[in-house]
Design a binder for this molecule. Structure first.
Ligand SMILES: [Zn+2]
Ligand SMILES: [Zn+2]
Length: 214
């Protein structure tokens, strides 16, 4: 499993990074990005901590990628913060997209897909064809999520992405130990979003490329 979106106790997750990574290893993960909820008030501290979690790579056979999830940041402020995240050493910049489960500001999806420093637009809800097209042009990945609530629009996201060949990734958005999944479950989630088995396998491979893992 390659999981590019998870949370720790440094935002609203339940585990500290070492605990999350250890449990990920047991689930057969090959890479995990630690992407706690970030805005202008906490991005430095989050990345400082997430970067230190790389020490675990010396001990376990897993790639640990420091990152952030820019969350409820006003749309016009997303691009400068994504740039700052990369400057601070984020390997994965996720934007908390317009899930139908929360009042995320309209324009968040558009700001994320237009930004060269954003890697993944998480749970993009009822994303528009225009935003999907821009995501495809800019290689911003669209997320199929395992997370309850956010996953209600997985089918829409998958269908729209297929039309213009936008990159899809499957992430857990894990906040608790029981949220971690295996490759087998990730495949089922991708197929549950309406992808064929071969396309779902291709999607899981896309995550490996992003994590630079063969
Ligand atoms: Zn989110
Ligand atoms: Zn999240």
């Amino acid at each position: 499993m390659i999981d590019l979106h998870t949370h720790t106790i440094f935002s609203d997750g339940e585990l500290i990074p070492s605990e999350l990574v250890r449990r990920a290893v047991v689930h057969g993960y090959r890479a995990i990005a630690i992407t706690d909820h970030a805005d202008y008030t906490n991005i430095e501290q989050l990345l400082e901590g997430a970067k230190k979690a790389k020490y675990l790579e010396d001990e376990w056979d897993i790639r640990v990628m420091p990152g952030v999830e820019l969350t409820h940041v006003p749309p016009r402020k997303i691009a400068p913060l994504a740039k700052k995240a990369k400057q601070l050493g984020a390997e994965v910049v996720v934007v908390h997209g317009e899930t139908i489960a929360e009042p995320v500001a309209p324009g968040t999806n558009a700001a994320a897909v237009a930004c060269e420093y954003v890697d993944i637009l998480a749970h993009p809800g009822l994303i528009t064809p225009e935003d999907v097209e821009t995501a495809a042009q800019n290689d911003v990945c669209l997320e199929i999520t395992a997370r309850n609530g956010h996953n209600r629009t997985n089918g829409h996201v998958a269908r729209m992405a297929l039309e213009v060949d936008a990159i899809l990734v499957v992430n857990t958005d894990a906040h608790a130990p029981e949220d971690l999944i295996t490759d087998e479950t990730a495949l089922k989630i991708a197929m549950g979003a309406g992808l064929s088995e071969s396309k779902a396998k291709e999607v899981l491979k896309a995550s490996s490329r992003i994590a630079c893992i063969k």
